[in-house]
Design a binder for this molecule. Structure first.
Ligand SMILES: NC(=O)c1ccc[n+]([C@@H]2O[C@H](COP(=O)([O-])OP(=O)(O)OC[C@H]3O[C@@H](n4cnc5c(N)ncnc54)[C@H](OP(=O)(O)O)[C@@H]3O)[C@@H](O)[C@H]2O)c1
Length: 243
């Protein structure tokens, strides 16, 4: 991506204070976008800003809370690129699933993204341009024991990618998914431990991704380089969904 390719555009990356979101924010800012990142933890947000530089802004928000989602949308104003990346990814077998964790996962990964899009898309539609990138997961396409709630939430977001592409396409707002495979981030290691590396070893490419490799896919779908792509999924998963 050449520098300046996104200059004059504003980008909002939810969960942009760590992992895939942080690297996506970095690439979008390097391409010239005015980037806002979000997360719940203010200290983490400040550390991310120090790491990113490039005039990036942090807004504290909890995607599992509808008032917080509405406040985030108000504070951001016009958004040209929205990356729905923040997520909760608990592991539990179905018979052991705690209902509170089930609700938090759907509230964050589905309801939060849904109402953020509902708040931000009208501006994009009025301006006749915009790109929404939903960060989903390889497990939305595969059965992985212990990932039922998380996988189902990401499958819902995959469905929304297609619906939103149908609803917004006539006014030049594109909507796509990036479906990452196992990626070495602090968050996933804390939640899934060695399981993530095991999943990586089972892929055709035989390893986990670096978050930057996923961010490159996000950047492609966010930018005009993918101008005729909407309603699609880019499987950035080391071949995982193919086997
Ligand atoms: N890493 C993987 O192996 C992998 C694989 C497939 C898909 N993905 C997807 O990729 C995305 C990023 O994952 P990651 O591994 O980069 O995660 P991560 O390193 O744990 O970072 C998660 C980010 O989301 C924020 N966040 C979490 N819950 C939030 C909430 N309720 N409201 C607002 N922000 C919240 C976190 O900040 P705070 O904690 O401060 O809120 C942080 O900025 C997720 O959608 C995940 O499902 C990851």
């Amino acid at each position: 991506m050449s520098q300046g390719e996104l200059s004059g555009r504003s980008a909002l990356v939810t969960g942009g204070t760590a992992g895939i979101g942080l690297e996506s924010a970095r690439l979008l800012a390097e391409a010239g976008a005015a980037v806002t990142i979000t997360g719940r933890d203010v200290e983490r947000g400040e550390k991310a800003l120090a790491a990113l530089g490039l005039g990036v802004r942090f807004v504290a928000a909890d995607l599992s809370d509808l008032e917080s989602v509405a406040s985030l949308a108000r504070q951001c104003g016009d958004v040209d690129v929205l990356v729905n990346n923040a997520a909760s990814f608990p592991g539990a077998s179905t018979v052991d699933q705690d209902p509170a964790s089930f609700e938090r996962t759907f509230d964050t990964n589905v309801r939060g993204a849904y109402f953020l899009v509902a708040a931000v898309a009208p501006g994009m539609l009025a301006r006749g341009s915009g790109s929404i990138v939903n960060v989903t997961s390889m497990v939305a396409f595969k059965g992985v024991a212990g990932a039922s709630t998380y996988s189902a939430s990401k499958a819902a977001l995959e469905s929304l990618t297609r619906t939103w592409a149908a609803e917004f396409g006539s006014r030049h707002v594109r909507v796509n998914s990036v479906a990452p495979g196992p990626t070495a981030t602090e968050g996933v290691v804390a939640e899934w431990g060695d399981t993530n590396e095991e999943l990586g070893r089972a892929l055709p490419l035989g390893r986990t991704a670096d978050p930057r490799e996923i961010a490159e896919a996000v950047l492609f779908l966010a930018s005009p380089r993918s101008s005729f792509v909407t309603g699609s999924t880019l499987h950035a998963d080391g071949g995982g969904a193919a086997v």
